[in-house]
Design a protein around this ligand. Structure first.
Ligand code: SF4
Ligand code: SF4
Length: 652
């Protein structure tokens, strides 16, 4: 009999002492109320934020306040820590170069390239893990996963020129995954999957010299360029940033999305629930937080194991309630209709329900302080990625080869923690909101009757003026969810269809915009179209790596019309972005020809030349640019003017 996997407590418990909590706790009800209203528009989050302030449980907003005032040089991107001759700061009029001689333009550009490369690496490394799992299935070393969407496997195989005639799924999986793995370090000069982009878009990349050559190659080259004494020209440095981002969007992220569909199923429209009210009092609650669906899919399976179910009965719980957070939540919501407790800034609040037995995490967007938050309750933080062993968490090394046994041990640990819950501290005074999600490109095509022509016709007739991808995170510089929800509501009112991913999509879900009934909030053109199709005016397209789905949708429209993506009446927006991954996403949207409006200023204002290149100069390079507009209503104005301009250029 195989030994049950056992966790390691990483670096011991991370307790928060009572004195620290007493110091942080607020007594003044007016101040609590003012802060609560200032922090979020998520009504379901407000009672929990109030509780954290009364009980002195530290949250992201408290830490943000403690970090003020921010360093103005860092905020402007003109500080550099790249080598041991520094750190250096640019302080005109005298300190205008770092020790090495780098000026403000170069320092800002290098810092930005570093961020893009970090974001691209995060998405693409996630993609690699998924493709390696497919490879393991093909080679017979991984038996806990199976191929769920065989049709998509074969479609991808055809794209990669893998012979499928008379071959079974396993054989195809081995050959396809091999071809996909080669995309990471290819000897060729382009990515095969990027040939989905319209010809005109690829020609622009070729002319500018930003065709992505290999997923790892672009990231490694970016790291080489930011080494002191390599990059010297800011514009040349930023152009490589575009290429690196393309290797993410049309490379690593595309592979993550497509192969996840093969393994776990291509999303189809389904109904579920969102907000902190999905946590249920009588149940063993386990939240699944992070990004990679490999762990969470296996936890879903393990939760049904008869041995686990018997244990649930034994501890006196009504069952196991799995809930998602952030992008793992989006993956589960899209494919399995598993409820989502919230987005990035709901992660700490989920613990304060007092009813969470375990928060199971893999990587990305997980606050390293979660074990400190959890120490105020009985909640266990269970980390699983060797890349992210969180101090204070119980760590299980998760590997595809032993996925089920590990997932089962994790669920067992959570169930056994149920009796440790303090019923007096259970606090769930909110009800969840209904959502309809699962709009993969395939599902949208299906809802339109098998082709994108009806959508194109509606855009051409003007009932739908255009489409906008709203993506990204939460950031304490913006009132939680305000940027996402205000922008989405304003755009649908103007007959602009919204397609959303990541924490933006969850924000819209919590605000009721992912329900078909939200068609009543849409304008006179979009509203009836949504009603006739029975779809919401805001379509949930998945997690952060699923921004690749937005690219693929844009490519379908461009290919159908035989135009580059830059000619379509579409735009992108990231109203509350925080992550380096979002920088890469914004860059690959723009490099693909999509005008993109950011709600938070990147750290570039120390270089007027970089600001000018990104907001104006790129129009002559890739026919698209960035804009920064913190006010979502003004961002809606920018986006609709852009869409109307594109419409008139197309003559519609
Ligand atoms: S790379 Fe140049 S600017 Fe940066 S820390 Fe070193 S010397 Fe200073
Ligand atoms: S949208 Fe941003 S915060 Fe949310 S999961 Fe993705 S990267 Fe993290």
């Amino acid at each position: 009999m195989e030994e049950e996997p056992k966790p390691i407590l990483v670096r011991g418990r991370q307790d928060v002492c009572e004195l620290d909590r007493a110091r942080l706790a607020l007594m003044n009800p007016a101040l609590i109320d003012q802060k609560k209203e200032g922090r979020t528009i998520d009504e379901a989050a407000k009672p929990f934020i109030e509780l954290t302030m009364k009980e002195g449980i530290e949250t992201v907003w408290d830490r943000y306040e403690m970090q003020q005032p921010e360093c103005k040089y860092c905020a402007a991107g003109i500080s550099c820590q790249r080598c041991a001759m520094g750190p250096c700061r640019i302080i005109p009029p005298h300190r205008v170069r770092g020790v090495c001689g780098a000026d403000a333009d170069l320092i800002v550009a290098r810092n930005l390239l570093d961020q893009i490369a970090t974001g691209a690496a995060a998405h693409s490394d996630h993609g690699r893990e998924i493709v390696l799992t497919l490879h393991g299935i093909g080679k017979g070393t991984v038996s806990d996963y199976r191929i769920t969407d065989s049709e998509k496997l074969r479609r991808l195989a055809a794209e990669y020129q893998v012979n499928v005639q008379g071959k079974d799924d396993k054989t195809i999986a081995a050959a396809l995954s091999q071809a996909m793995l080669e995309e990471f370090g290819t000897m060729g000069n382009s990515l095969r999957i990027a040939s989905r982009a319209p010809k005109a878009t690829r020609e622009i990349w070729e002319n500018v010299g930003i065709t992505p050559r290999g997923i790892d190659r672009e990231v490694v080259e970016a790291m080489h360029r930011v080494q002191m004494g390599v990059a010297a020209d800011y514009a040349n440095t930023l152009v490589h940033g575009l290429r690196t981002s393309l290797s993410d969007g049309w490379g690593g992220s595309s592979l993550a999305t497509e192969v996840s569909d093969v393994l776990f199923g291509t999303p189809k429209p389904n109904e579920s629930l969102v907000n902190l009210g999905v946590i249920r009092k009588e149940y063993v609650n386990i939240s699944l937080h992070g990004h990679n669906p490999m762990l969470s899919e296996m936890v879903v399976k393990a939760a049904k194991d008869p041995e686990i179910q018997a244990l649930v009965k034994k501890v006196g719980a009504a069952g196991i309630n799995l809930v998602g957070l952030c992008c793992t939540g989006n993956e589960l919501l899209m494919r399995k209709g598993i409820p989502v407790a919230g987005n990035h800034f709901n992660q700490e609040l989920a613990i304060t329900t007092g009813a969470l037995e375990a928060m199971v995490v893999d990587y990305q967007c997980i606050f390293p302080s979660l074990p400190r938050t959890a120490s105020c309750y009985h909640t266990l933080i269970i980390s699983t990625s060797p890349k992210s062993r969180i101090p204070g968490s119980y760590y299980f090394g998760f590997e595809p080869e032993t996925a089920y046994a590990t997932a089962k041990a994790i669920v067992k640990m959570a169930v056994e923690n149920f009796p440790n819950r303090n019923p007096q501290r259970v606090f769930i005074p909110v009800e969840p909101v209904k959502v309809t999600t699962g709009f993969s490109v395939e599902a949208i095509r299906g809802a339109l009757g098998g082709s994108f022509k009806p959508l194109i016709d509606q855009i051409a007739s003007g009932n739908i003026r255009g489409a906008v991808g709203i993506v990204g995170c939460n950031n304490p510089k913006v009132k939680h969810d305000y940027g996402h929800v205000t922008l989405s509501k304003e755009l649908i009112k103007r007959d602009i269809l919204c397609v959303e991913t990541g924490c933006a999509a969850i924000a819209s879900g919590k605000a009721g915009l992912l329900q078909p009934s939200a068609a009543s909030l849409a304008g006179p053109g979009l509203g009836p179209v949504c009603r006739s199709l029975g779809i919401p005016p805001v379509l949930h397209m998945g997690s952060c790596v699923d921004n690749a789905r937005i690219l693929h949708l844009a490519a379908e429209l461009g290919n159908a019309l035989n135009v580059g993506i830059h000619r379509l009446p579409i735009a992108g927006a990231a109203p509350e972005w925080y992550s380096q991954k979002a920088v890469s996403i914004g860059a690959y949207f723009v490099a693909s020809g999509v005008y993109t409006v950011l709600g938070v200023m990147p750290k570039i204002t120390g270089s007027p030349a970089v600001v000018s290149l990104l907001t104006e100069g790129l129009k002559d390079v890739v026919n698209a640019s960035f804009a920064v507009e913190p006010d979502p209503l003004r961002a809606a104005d920018l986006i609709s003017s852009h869409i109307e301009r594109k419409r008139s250029e197309l003559g519609i």
